[in-house]
Design a protein around this ligand. Structure first.
Ligand code: HEC
Ligand code: HEC
Ligand code: HEC
Ligand code: HEC
Ligand code: HEC
Ligand code: HEC
Length: 421
């Protein structure tokens, strides 16, 4: 053991804050008393000290960035990584030293379990926000049946008169004329209304082309971002791992789900969306196994896979070029500060970590892209831009003065060819 490395009992911290942080960042993969995706963490500081002769500094380094620690050739770090089938634990560089100590302190000094149990959420059905469309359809149906009924009436009357040899008796003629007059107006009114409705629908459709804000299709598995990214604090890029590297963010394959759901076979979380239940969530988890060809009772794979067919929500037309890496890596800091969001993804996709189901948070039109390019200052100091825009930057400085704020439009963000093939 390193001589300066402090012993386990040298850590002091705030157990309550440690618990909150643990639940937010670690509970997806660790429990205190048993193995989950990673080892049990109850009393981990003492255990590592007794069994491995490792002090608290090792733990701090591991939690901060285990990849770096492994890369430095640390023996135990590599050993435990192999022991856990090289499942990668996320780095937690965003946590401060004190926060990490709070977590460690909590794992050694967990507060006594509380008795409270949350009442199950009432099983009311979710509020239906498709009312306008539903109301339109019902109105339409009522009008249509009215019309059919009128036609039917008129037809019967006409038939009746024909049957009687074309000679209308005065009384009948009167009543027919009356009836016809009476219903004719209703019929005209009905037809007028229908025409209006059709025109309104067509107009809505036309202004709505390409604008899908709010689009939220039903998915083959009820996958909750609020539970994964919000409650469990799993990093967006753990699942959408190509956002950093290229054009698309990608949807995770079933293998990624199995990293965790190999073990997590049922839902035991506190958060339950209105109208859902723990049993419902557990059933949804079982659908992953059907897709992966996995038998959770004996943890074996049959080899018969059936990929989950997620319904795509965001989809630009083919003639548009949009690149995630450009916005997440090069533009990331600039966008975060311009929009005041914690994670760059939220600037365009909204607060996904609070959505039970993802829906389109913006209209994703050309105007929307351009508006942001006009407003957002380019971060000329980051690695990427320093390299790519070195020459341009000099030119821009001459053109606008060295103190001027350079927004995306100045580096070509309004040029047709940049966004269109
Ligand atoms: C995505 C899953 C995941 C998350 C989230 C995660 N870990 Fe881990 N952790 C692991 C895995 C898996 C291992 C086993 C080593 C390996 O495979 O890298 C591990 C190992 C560890 C170890 C070494 C334990 C030992 O017995 O050697 C510690 C300490 C640890 N994690 C702490 C944390 C803390 C603290 C957090 C939250 C801030 C956290 N982990 C979040 C997956 C995770
Ligand atoms: C545990 C894995 C996981 C994590 C973590 C995760 N996602 Fe997802 N994401 C998915 C899956 C699976 C889908 C496809 C199903 C759906 O649309 O809900 C998806 C869909 C999406 C979509 C819609 C894609 C489309 O079809 O257009 C967006 C946007 C998105 N995620 C953003 C995020 C953001 C932002 C975060 C972080 C706050 C995040 N995701 C965290 C798994 C994950
Ligand atoms: C990093 C770990 C991790 C990954 C990866 C992961 N999950 Fe989960 N998942 C969890 C945890 C933790 C819970 C909550 C369990 C609890 O609280 O009892 C959960 C809950 C669920 C639930 C029930 C709640 C809900 O969202 O409806 C479903 C369904 C689910 N996961 C599907 C998936 C699918 C599909 C994937 C792959 C696209 C996936 N998960 C990837 C950790 C993970
Ligand atoms: C500048 C706005 C912007 C930012 C920032 C952004 N996205 Fe996107 N995202 C888009 C657009 C536009 C699309 C549609 C792309 C297409 O259809 O080609 C999209 C599509 C997606 C999709 C669907 C699959 C795909 O790649 O086409 C996922 C998943 C996604 N984004 C996740 C993320 C995550 C996670 C982050 C943060 C790391 C993020 N996005 C940041 C604008 C953004
Ligand atoms: C939230 C703000 C924001 C939105 C919305 C946005 N962008 Fe950008 N975009 C940026 C920033 C910031 C940069 C500069 C990145 C850098 O520093 O290189 C950029 C750069 C670009 C570039 C490179 C420009 C060049 O000169 O090389 C293209 C292409 C681009 N965006 C396309 C799009 C498209 C297409 C959309 C809409 C689907 C879009 N962007 C929406 C902020 C945004
Ligand atoms: C910052 C990126 C960006 C720039 C710059 C840009 N466009 Fe677009 N453009 C888009 C996006 C995104 C769409 C798709 C909008 C949709 O699907 O709603 C689009 C759609 C279009 C359309 C199809 C009609 C429509 O509105 O849906 C035309 C035509 C078009 N652009 C022409 C141009 C021309 C001409 C220029 C140069 C003056 C230009 N665009 C510059 C992003 C851009």
């Amino acid at each position: 053991m390193n001589a300066q490395d402090a012993p386990a009992d040298a850590v002091s911290g705030d157990a309550a804050n440690g618990e909150a942080l643990f639940n937010q960042h670690c509970a997806a993969c660790h429990k205190l008393d048993s193995k989950l995706i990673g080892p049990a963490l109850g009393g981990v500081a003492e255990r590592l000290q007794d069994e491995q002769g490792l002090g608290v500094d090792w733990l701090r380094k591991w939690i901060k960035n285990n990849e770096e620690l492994r890369a430095s050739g640390d023996e135990y770090a590599n050993q435990v990584f192999e022991e856990y089938n090289e499942v990668v634990m996320l780095p937690f560089e965003q946590l401060s030293d004190q926060e990490i100590d709070d977590i460690i302190y909590f794992t050694s000094n967990p507060p006594a379990p509380k008795e409270e149990k949350k009442a199950a959420a009432p099983a009311t059905s979710a509020t239906d926000n498709s009312l306008p469309l539903g109301a339109l359809l019902i109105g339409f149906a009522v009008l249509a049946s009215l019309l059919v009924w009128i036609l039917f009436r008129v037809n019967t009357l006409v038939n009746l008169t024909k049957q009687e040899g074309g000679a209308l008796e005065t009384e009948q003629a009167e009543s027919f004329a009356e009836t016809f007059e009476k219903y004719k107006n209703v019929a005209y009114a009905g037809m007028g209304l229908i025409t209006l409705l059709v025109l309104y629908g067509a107009w809505q459709f036309m202004i709505g082309i390409g604008v899908d804000k709010g689009y939220q299709p039903e998915q083959p598995i009820y996958f909750s971002h609020k539970i994964h990214a919000g409650e469990q604090g799993i990093d967006c890029q753990y699942c959408h791992s190509s956002a950093k590297y290229g054009k698309v963010s990608g949807i995770p394959s079933t293998n990624v789900c199995m990293n965790c759901h190999y073990q997590i076979q049922e839902y035991t979380g506190d958060y339950i969306e209105e109208g859902k239940s723990a049993e419902f969530y557990t059933e949804e988890i079982q659908k992953i196994y059907a897709s992966a060809g996995f038998d959770p009772s004996n943890l074996t794979y049959s080899g018969e896979e059936d990929p989950i067919e997620w319904v795509r929500i965001h989809n630009m037309p083919d003639f548009v070029y949009f690149n995630h890496a450009q916005h997440v890596v090069a533009g990331g800091e600039a966008i975060k500060s311009a929009k005041g969001v914690e994670q760059v993804c939220f600037a365009c996709h909204g607060q996904v970590d609070e959505m039970d189901e993802v829906k389109m948070a913006n209209d994703f039109t050309m105007g929307w892209c351009i508006e942001c390019h006009r407003e957002t200052k380019v971060d000329m100091e980051n690695e990427y831009n320093k390299e790519y825009y070195a020459q341009l930057h000099e030119k821009l400085k001459k053109q606008y003065g060295s103190e001027a704020e350079i927004t995306v439009d100045a580096i070509g963000g309004l040029e047709c060819g940049k966004c269109h093939y």
